[in-house]
Design a protein around this ligand. Sequence first.
Ligand code: SAM
Length: 381
Amino acid sequence: MTPAARIAAAIGVLDEILTGSPAEQALLRWSRASRFAGSGDRAALRDLVFGALRRRDSYAALGGALTGRGLMIGHARAEDLPLDDIFSGQGHGPAPLTPAETAHRASDLPDDLPDWLRPDWQAALGPLAAEVAAAMTDRAPVWLRVNLARTDPPAAIAALAAEGIGTEPSELLPSALRVTANERTVARSAAYRDGLVELQDLSPQLACARLPLSPRMSVLDFCAGGGGKTLAIGARQPDARLTAHDASVARMADLPARAARAGLRVTVADRPKGSFDLVVADVPCSGSGTWRRTPDAKWRLDRRRLDDLVALQAQILDRVAPLVAQGGWLAYMTCSVLTAENGRQVSDFLARRQGFRLVEDRLWTPLSGGDGFFLAILGRE
Ligand SMILES: C[S@@+](CC[C@H](N)C(=O)[O-])C[C@H]1O[C@@H](n2cnc3c(N)ncnc32)[C@H](O)[C@@H]1O
């Protein structure tokens, strides 16, 4: 496909998303209907669509309309692309610009945050609010976690390099590798298949590195999903007794294979009982820290959904509290930057629940390289 044809395709996909389709579904529908497109075309289309969703409002301002076409005109203006070559109507490209589109000029560009959320965002991030909002409009880097139960960072870097995958270790955590070349081939590499590395963002890696682990301790990952945190804990403490639970069994479908690849044993529990030295509650959240990766989620979130999530998080905290052994730990995590889901959620829990104290809490933002992520470690007396 020509660059102009890819832009025309992005216009169609964006129009679908703007009328309510989730981005992944709209892209999948396009791929199924466009058998002529190669993998390069699909990747380029995805980049165009996700790039436009990250900067939806500023591209709409530049392009003069909140439509697929407006966003792509905005994209071309933001990137200084030759508008007349792309919007020529030739070679499956979009129709030429109208006189009104040509004459359109934007004044101040918006910050690409939903209006209703801006006060919460500012309250949560204070003087960093604008910088973090701007960081959310960039593409997220790909991070790998070196599986320390299997190898060490230099050996993992060498194994990846032998397959053409460039990486560099984080200054904050040497076992976290930022992919600098060939990120799309990681999941097919032998280093990945053999369990030397896992795909995991830097911030959850930093959070898991702070967990109070000790030999043979029992750990319950209560919202285990695909097991990202379970496996990160196992890599740090391979003799920990790991139990994974999730309200959705389907979400844990990949966990046994991932654990086997990592050389770890994980017990899956439908109804966890008894008590655990460490309970991790990596709760469902708005994902406001990960909007670089899922930019359509930024525009789909609303106050009601956020309130529902906050209520669910409180329920989960109340459910897991009795599962924490006396003298044990509760690690509460979200991939959100919002106070309602983070600090306020934790302080409300401490206010209604005797016997827990806050040991540490931390918020990471894209300004340190990874996604937005929150960790609170609570100790049970
Ligand atoms: C943020 S995701 C977890 C990601 C996972 N820990 C990882 O690292 O890959 C939140 C998970 O909580 C699960 N969940 C939702 N409600 C729950 C509940 N009431 N009890 C337990 N898990 C729940 C969801 O199915 C989802 O998999």
